[in-house]
Design a protein around this ligand. Structure first.
Ligand code: SF4
Ligand code: SF4
Length: 205
C-alpha cells in the first residue's frame, strides 16, 4: 500500500463525479461525523445536532463508543443530503469522510497518512490531484492536528471502555463525550479549533 502525505499527488480526479452518486448511497453507518463536521454543517444549514438526528444522522456504536454517522434514508437508501438531481445539498460543507473518498486515512506516531482505497471509485482513468487540493480544507495543518487529536481521544476512550468491562462506565463516557463534543452547540462565527481544545480539556477533567 502506498502512503501519501497531503502534499503528494494521487489518482483522485473523477470529473466531479459527473452524474455518479454511488458514494452517497447504500453506505450504512460508515460515514461517521466528527465535531468539525457538526460545526461546519451547523454553520452552513443552521441544523444543530438534535435537528440532524431527526433525519440526516443516527448513532453508531464502534468498539463501545457511540458516534454519529450520516443516515441512509429508509425509502431511498441514500444520504439525507442527496437531492433529487443526485447532487449533495451541502457540497461545500460536506463531512470530512465524504471529502476524503476514495482515500482512507492512516494514523501513526502522531502523523496522518493517506492511502487509496483501491476499486472504491467507479471512474477508471482518474486524474492526478494533489491531496491537499482534493480535501479542500484550510488551513489543512490545523485540520490534520485536530483529526489526530480526535482519533487519539476515540482510541483512548475505546480502550478505557474495553478495560473496565462495565456497561454503566461505558454509558457514562458516551453520555459525557456526546454532550461535550456534539450536543453542546458550537459558535459557528468563532474559530473551531479553540472551541475543540476547550472541549478536550473539559473531557479530560
Ligand atoms: S464512485 Fe467515484 S464518481 Fe461515483 S460518487 Fe463516488 S467518487 Fe464520485
Ligand atoms: S453529505 Fe453529501 S457527499 Fe456526503 S454522503 Fe451525503 S450527499 Fe453524499
Amino acid at each position: 500500500m502506498i502512503r501519501y502525505s497531503s502534499n503528494d499527488m494521487a489518482k483522485l480526479g473523477c470529473n466531479e463525479c459527473d452524474g455518479c452518486s454511488a458514494c452517497c448511497r447504500g453506505m450504512g453507518q460508515s460515514i461517521l461525523l466528527d465535531p468539525y463536521d457538526i460545526y461546519r454543517i451547523q454553520g452552513a444549514t443552521g441544523l444543530g445536532f438534535a435537528q440532524l438526528m431527526q433525519k440526516q444522522a443516527e448513532l453508531h456504536v464502534e468498539d463501545g463508543l457511540i458516534l454519529p454517522s450520516l443516515k441512509m434514508q429508509e425509502d431511498t437508501d441514500a444520504c439525507g443530503f442527496l437531492n433529487q438531481e443526485g447532487r449533495c445539498n451541502i457540497h461545500a460543507y460536506r463531512p470530512g469522510l465524504c471529502r476524503l473518498f476514495p482515500l482512507g486515512r492512516q494514523y501513526e506516531d502522531n502523523r496522518l497518512w493517506y492511502f487509496l482505497l483501491e476499486d472504491a471509485c467507479r471512474v477508471q482513468n482518474r486524474t492526478k490531484v494533489k491531496i491537499k487540493k482534493w480535501l479542500g480544507v484550510q488551513p489543512l495543518a490545523d485540520y490534520e492536528r485536530f483529526l489526530i487529536s480526535w482519533h487519539d481521544l476515540r482510541k483512548s476512550l475505546q480502550e478505557q471502555i474495553a478495560q473496565r468491562q462495565s456497561d454503566s462506565y461505558a454509558q457514562e463516557i458516551n453520555v459525557r463525550m456526546l454532550r461535550i463534543f456534539y450536543q453542546n452547540p458550537y459558535d459557528t462565527m468563532a474559530d473551531f479549533y479553540e472551541q475543540f481544545e476547550r472541549r478536550m480539556a473539559q473531557m479530560a477533567r
